[in-house]
Design a protein around this ligand. Structure first.
Ligand SMILES: [Zn+2]
Length: 390
């Protein structure tokens, strides 16, 4: 890193560093919020935001709003973090963050308290007294993204729908970069769903298989049918669909008994070419080719999302411009990785893009980022807000 970068991060960007330290010192292990949102409310209210906080099943959600206009721009994110893991492996107390050299270290340094901090610093830079916003600016913050995510952003979306608020642009501050802020942004994610299948047979003695019906043998054919499905292979922009069997269980084992029951678990990662209804139909059809007697259960569905350049006012293009003017590079548009809260906000109307700091150390012990990455993020957000809100 250059010396000028160092000066930049330690002086001009003291605000996003200070905000990060404030948030990271609150022990908000999912779904706890530990006062992060109350602190944000005090800062956002001072800027003129109207803040509405509500709790669902122990999950705290915050919607803050300022400005009016034809366009609604949202910043979305979470204040919860994953547990620290083995404390003796940390160089610092994970909830007493420290600046060591040019790095900020502590839980949430990448995922994603620095994202929230950079967004707050950017909002403070843009919303100076007397500034007139031509559009509406929302903050959508939850304390449960890392957990089940059942009562977080999903509930926020429900609330927005009930108020008739449609988002045009939604920027999520999740860590998306590979090695430097701005090198990669996420414009979509694959969907995910897990399922269980149970097939029954008839128990018997291994020496008399003619009187038994082996459930494992039957399940082997089910697995064969499921793994022979030809999925879409994806495109340059979006990875294809895949199904993996993740568990098999035929109950207690005895070496002279033909088992009467077999269960499998599986997980499907799917592209935007499928939806849940189509997948459920396809799997049912495949299993039915083998047996009519089975139970099929679905769990943890997460829809995919995919934002493209095609919109008239393209959020991707705005973000590319802001990144280019701060780093001199254009980002890689990625759809890789697990699921994210983007799925709750994305639809035909709402463009969702995730842009944040490098994600190399997320969920690890000694989670950390370089201060220059935080500074760059604050600059990118500032340019973005100036373009989208004014
Ligand atoms: Zn996150």
């Amino acid at each position: 890193m250059s010396t000028s970068g160092l000066q930049k991060s330690s002086l001009q960007y003291a605000k996003s560093i200070q905000h990060s330290l404030e948030l990271m010192s609150r022990k908000s292990i999912t779904p706890q919020d530990a006062g992060c949102q109350d602190w944000l409310i005090s800062k956002l209210s001072a800027l003129g935001f109207e803040c509405h906080q509500f709790e669902v099943e122990g999950v705290k959600n915050l919607i803050a709003s300022i400005g009016e206009g034809d366009r609604t721009v949202a910043f979305a994110g979470h204040t919860d973090v994953v547990p620290p893991g083995p404390l003796d492996k940390w160089r610092v107390d994970p909830f007493n963050p420290e600046l060591i050299g040019d790095e900020l270290i502590g839980r949430g340094a990448a995922d994603m308290k620095t994202g929230v901090a950079a967004m707050l610093a950017a909002a403070q830079r843009v919303l100076t007294p007397g500034t007139k916003l031509n559009n509406r600016f929302l903050w959508l913050i939850t304390s449960d993204e890392e957990g089940e995510a059942e009562f977080g952003s999903k509930e926020i979306k429900k609330y927005l729908d009930a108020c008739g608020i449609k988002l045009d642009h939604c920027i999520i501050g999740e860590p998306t970069a590979k090695s430097a802020t701005g090198d990669t942004i996420k414009v979509g994610r694959r969907g995910a769903i897990s399922g269980r299948i149970h097939v029954s047979g008839k128990q018997g003695h291994v020496a008399y298989p003619q009187y038994a019906d082996n459930a494992i043998h039957k399940m082997a054919k089910v697995i064969e049918a499921m793994s022979s499905i030809e999925w879409d292979t994806g495109s340059v922009d979006f990875p294809g669909t895949s199904l993996q069997i993740t568990h098999i269980d035929s109950g207690a084992f005895t070496d002279n008994i033909v088992p009467a029951s077999c269960k499998i678990c599986f997980n499907i990662r799917y592209s935007h070419k499928y939806d849940m209804v189509a997948l459920e139909h396809l799997i049912k059809e495949k299993v039915s080719e083998v047996t009519q007697e089975f139970e099929l259960q679905w769990e943890r569905p997460c829809a995919p999302y995919f934002t493209q350049h095609k919109h008239q006012s393209s959020l991707i293009a705005s973000i590319e411009r802001a990144i280019f003017s701060n780093t001199g590079r254009y980002p890689v548009l990625s759809t890789a990785g697990g699921t994210s809260d983007g799925r709750f906000f994305s639809d035909d109307h709402t463009q969702v893009v995730e842009i944040g700091v490098p994600n190399k150390t997320i969920h690890q012990v000694n989670e950390r980022i370089h201060l220059s990455d935080l500074a760059t993020l604050e600059d990118i957000y500032t340019d973005l807000l100036s373009e989208l809100l004014m």
